[in-house]
Design a protein around this ligand. Sequence first.
Ligand SMILES: Cc1cc2nc3c(=O)[nH]c(=O)nc-3n(C[C@H](O)[C@H](O)[C@H](O)COP(=O)(O)OP(=O)(O)OC[C@H]3O[C@@H](n4cnc5c(N)ncnc54)[C@H](O)[C@@H]3O)c2cc1C
Length: 319
Amino acid sequence: MDSNNHYDAIVVGAGPAGLTAGIYLSRARLKTLIINEGTVGGQLILTHEIANYPGVESISGYQLANIMKKQATSFGCEIRSNINIRDLGLTNELKTITLSDGNIYTADSVILTPGGRSRTLGVTGEDNFKGRGISYCATCDGDFFTNKEIVVVGGGNSALEEAVSLTKYASKVTIVHQFDHFQAFEHAVQDARVNTRIKFIMDSTITSFHGNENLEYVDIRNLKTGRVSRFKTDGVFIFIGYIPNTEFLKGRIDLNKWGEIVVKSDMSTNIEGVFAAGDSITKRFRQVTTAVGDGTVAALAASNYLHELKIKQKQLITA
Ligand SMILES: Cc1cc2nc3c(=O)[nH]c(=O)nc-3n(C[C@H](O)[C@H](O)[C@H](O)COP(=O)(O)OP(=O)(O)OC[C@H]3O[C@@H](n4cnc5c(N)ncnc54)[C@H](O)[C@@H]3O)c2cc1C
């Protein structure tokens, strides 16, 4: 075992859950490495404004991510970002992670925080018009639709909140939702309903996307009547949920049927020494605050595990 590449804890993912775990672990003087596939911050960096993070009235997701990163590294936490995991061994007491650059890291404990990504509609034309009229991120692409007429698909908090935020740019936003009611919080529904730029097409779904160079229109089917109508639009934003980024964990750890990591209340998984936190675990509400809370619990439980492991290892040496 190369002691330079050995850590008390390795955290997989540098979103709010992983960065929080990094802050707690390194502040507890545990040698900690965060390995992150993308840019540090995870979904935070896709978020234009966070106004529901207690203690901070309003902040961009990018700024909040950078503060969390600075906090973690100030306590000695190391971060390797924009790198892929090639292989991981979780079942033995000594955990092993091999990266795409060939580096092999070992750790006594692992915290998995890979988060999630947007779900797609999976209908004809969606792949063709991604980035040419179809978007999954209002913050990233909203500005491209200034004074245009757009559609937002979905009925949860993300859909309604982003529909309202898109009215800063678009002249008209039509929300297409498959049910006759929304799943979002009441205040989000009210904000959308009182916005004069927002219209609603309920009980309906987009069945195909059409255009030439760019998206020009969509076919919308009314799910009650079956009637399909053609709807002219400059762009479509899709907010219909998420998929946990847990494909790389399939067969290695207990996942539920949706691919979420199964955890106990202390964020421990079915494998000793392996914990999980954030949007990738089994839970109902996915927010920065809940990710941060999970990250805290996972880090404290991992610290406890490491403490007991060290006592056990000492006893074995002296026996
Ligand atoms: C558009 C948008 C707006 C939002 N607005 C808000 C809001 O206003 N308020 C709020 O509270 N929440 C908001 N959220 C939700 C919030 O961003 C998430 O709940 C939160 O970021 C989840 O944190 P996480 O750390 O679990 O996962 P993520 O933020 O998804 O981070 C996971 C990280 O893990 C990395 N990763 C994935 N797989 C691997 C792998 N195999 N190996 C290594 N690294 C990997 C990813 O690259 C990523 O950096 C919003 C989300 C979106 C998409």
